[in-house]
Write a protein that binds this ligand. Sequence first.
Ligand SMILES: [Zn+2]
Length: 147
Amino acid sequence: MKVCRNCPSFHDGKKWAMNRQKWEELRKQGAEEVLCEACRRIRDRVVGGIVYAEGPVLEERRDEVIRMLRREEEIESGRNHLCRILEIQQEGPRWTITTINQWMALHIAKQLRKAFKGRLEVERDASGRGGRGSRGREEIVVKWYQA
Ligand SMILES: [Zn+2]
């Protein structure tokens, strides 16, 4: 058993999972402290997905939207350890949300649409456009417009 030194995750020999109670228990027992896969990706700024979101709600109900995103991150990372948000860049009604895996970006865009309606577009591979630097990159790009 290993524990992450950066977030409440533990490794059972097969996979990482987030669980604060278990994490505290294992730390008390002196489990080895390492950096989990998700925290390593965040440290290395590995981008798996990008959400370009645009809409007045992002400005008008900013705190509410942030809380929603963080709640979704908590729920989803409980199911899949790599469902984590790397960064939320806000420029008024235009946000760029980066995630460390593809699924989370898609999930965030879907949640935005579910909560505030609007339009969703999925672009498989942003770096594929123009053909430069596309090899080996597999991030997903999702766009959501409120109106
Ligand atoms: Zn971690």
